[in-house]
Write a protein that binds this ligand. Structure first.
Ligand SMILES: NC(=O)c1ccc[n+]([C@@H]2O[C@H](COP(=O)([O-])OP(=O)(O)OC[C@H]3O[C@@H](n4cnc5c(N)ncnc54)[C@H](O)[C@@H]3O)[C@@H](O)[C@H]2O)c1
Length: 344
C-alpha cells in the first residue's frame, strides 16, 4: 500500500483523493487544505481520512510515502520540493511550476533524492489520445502538416495563471507526446479583458521540427465547452473530440494529392477536382477508460517499479518552457520566440 497525502482539496483535489482512496494499491492518510470549508467537505465525504491545515507537518510524517500537490500553480514548487526533500514521491498538478527556473530545480531535487516526480498531464493517460498516438506512430496519417487544438469554456476564470498555463498546458503536453518532439518556437497573442495581466484567451502557433505547425486556442471566455483537436496529415486526417464519450476519434480518408503541382496552366476548378481525395470517414472503437484512474495507476506503478513516468519532471519542464515562451511572445506583440529544447 502506498500511503498518500493530498495537498489541496479545492475543485480538482477531491478527484485525486477519490481515486487514491478507492485504489487497492494506495490509501490516503492525510488531506491538507488551508480552507476549513474544504477540509470539512473532505471529512463529510471521506470520514476515514485525516485532515490538516499544516502541509509541513504532513510532509514530515514518516507514515506518508507520496505527496499529491493539487494547489494553485504558484504554490507547486514550495510544496513539491519540500516533499521531495523529505524523501516522498510526488505527483504535482499541471502546470508543474510557475516558471522554468522552479521547474528545473524540481527535476534536480527529484533526481538527487531518487524519488518519482510525475506531472498530472492527464490527457496523456486518456484512452483515445493513446489510440491516436498509435495511429501517428504507425504512419496512418502520413507526414503531419499541422495540428489544431481548441480548448474553451465559459470559466472557470483563474487569477493566478492565464488561459495558456491553465488550459493549453494539456495541449502542449499532448502535441509533444503525439509528435514525439518539442516545439522550437512559438508566436502568440492574447488579451486580458477580465483581470489585468491574466490573459483570458490565448492564440498560439508552435513550430515543431519537420515543419509541423500546432495551433492552440485556449479560452475561458467562450460560449461553449470544446475540447477539439484536428490532425492534418499527408495521407489522412484525424479528429479527437474529448467531449464525445462514445466516439471521440474519427479518421478521415481525405487528402490532397501531389497532382496539384503538375498543372502547368491556370484552370482552378479542374485542378481542384484532381487534387482533393474524399474517402471514407472511419469511427474507430475506443474502449472506455478513465484517464485519471490511468494516471493514478501509472504513478503507483512508477513508485513500485522505479520506472520513469511518461509525464516525468523533464516532460513537465518542457511544457513550462513553452508556456514561458508563450508569455514572452504575447508581451512582445506576437514575436516568434525560440524555445530551448531538452537537447539544449
Ligand atoms: N488535471 C486536470 O484536468 C486539472 C483540472 C483542474 C485543475 N487542475 C490543477 O489542479 C490544481 C488545483 O486546481 P483547482 O481548480 O482545484 O484549484 P482550487 O483553487 O479550486 O483549489 C486549490 C485548493 O488548494 C488550497 N490551497 C492553496 N494553497 C495551499 C497550501 N499552501 N496548502 C494547502 N492547501 C492550499 C486552497 O485552499 C484550495 O482549496 C491546479 O494546478 C490546476 O491547474 C488540473
Amino acid at each position: 500500500m502506498v500511503r498518500i497525502a493530498v495537498i489541496g482539496a479545492g475543485h480538482w483535489g477531491p478527484n485525486l483523493i477519490a481515486n487514491f482512496h478507492d485504489h487497492r494499491r494506495s490509501e490516503v492518510t492525510w488531506v491538507v487544505d488551508l480552507d476549513r470549508d474544504r477540509r470539512e467537505a473532505v471529512t463529510l465525504r471521506f470520514p476515514d481520512i485525516r485532515v490538516s491545515d499544516d502541509a509541513a507537518a504532513v510532509i514530515a510524517d514518516p507514515a506518508v510515502d507520496a505527496v499529491v500537490v493539487a494547489t494553485p500553480t504558484g504554490t507547486h514548487f514550495a510544496l513539491a520540493s519540500a516533499a521531495l526533500e523529505a524523501g516522498k514521491h510526488v505527483l504535482v498538478e499541471k502546470p508543474m511550476a510557475a516558471n522554468v527556473a522552479d521547474a528545473e530545480a524540481l527535476c534536480e531535487i527529484a533526481e538527487a533524492a531518487g524519488r518519482t516526480l510525475m506531472v498530472g498531464h492527464i490527457f496523456i493517460y486518456n484512452g483515445a489520445s493513446q489510440q491516436a498516438k498509435g495511429y501517428l506512430s504507425d504512419d496512418e496519417l502520413g507526414r503531419i502538416y499541422y495540428v489544431s487544438m481548441t480548448r474553451t469554456n465559459l470559466g472557470p476564470i483563474r487569477v493566478d495563471v492565464n488561459a495558456a498555463w491553465d488550459l493549453a498546458s494539456h495541449d502542449i503536453a499532448l502535441a509533444s507526446y503525439w509528435l514525439d518532439a518539442e516545439p522550437v518556437s512559438v508566436s502568440a497573442t492574447g488579451r486580458d479583458w477580465i483581470n489585468p495581466g491574466v490573459e483570458d484567451a490565448v492564440f498560439a502557433t508552435l513550430r515543431y521540427p519537420g515543419d509541423v505547425l500546432v495551433h492552440l486556442h485556449a479560452s475561458w471566455l467562450h460560449p461553449s465547452k470544446t475540447r477539439d483537436i484536428i490532425v492534418v496529415g499527408e495521407k489522412r486526417m484525424l479528429s479527437f473530440d474529448d467531449m464525445s464519450l462514445t466516439e471521440p476519434l474519427r479518421i478521415y480518408d481525405k487528402q490532397v494529392s501531389p497532382a496539384r503541382t503538375s498543372s502547368s496552366f491556370v484552370d482552378s476548378l479542374a485542378t481542384f477536382r484532381m487534387m482533393v481525395r474524399e474517402g471514407d470517414i472511419r469511427i474507430p472503437k475506443v474502449p472506455p477508460s478513465q484517464p485519471l484512474r490511468n494516471e493514478c495507476d501509472h504513478f503507483l506503478d512508477c513508485i513500485e517499479s522505479g520506472a520513469t513516468p511518461i509525464t516525468d519532471g523533464r516532460e513537465g519542464l518542457a511544457v513550462v518552457r513553452v508556456l514561458e515562451a508563450i508569455n514572452q511572445s504575447m508581451r512582445e506583440g506576437g514575436r516568434e520566440v525560440r524555445i530551448a529544447t531538452r537537447g539544449g
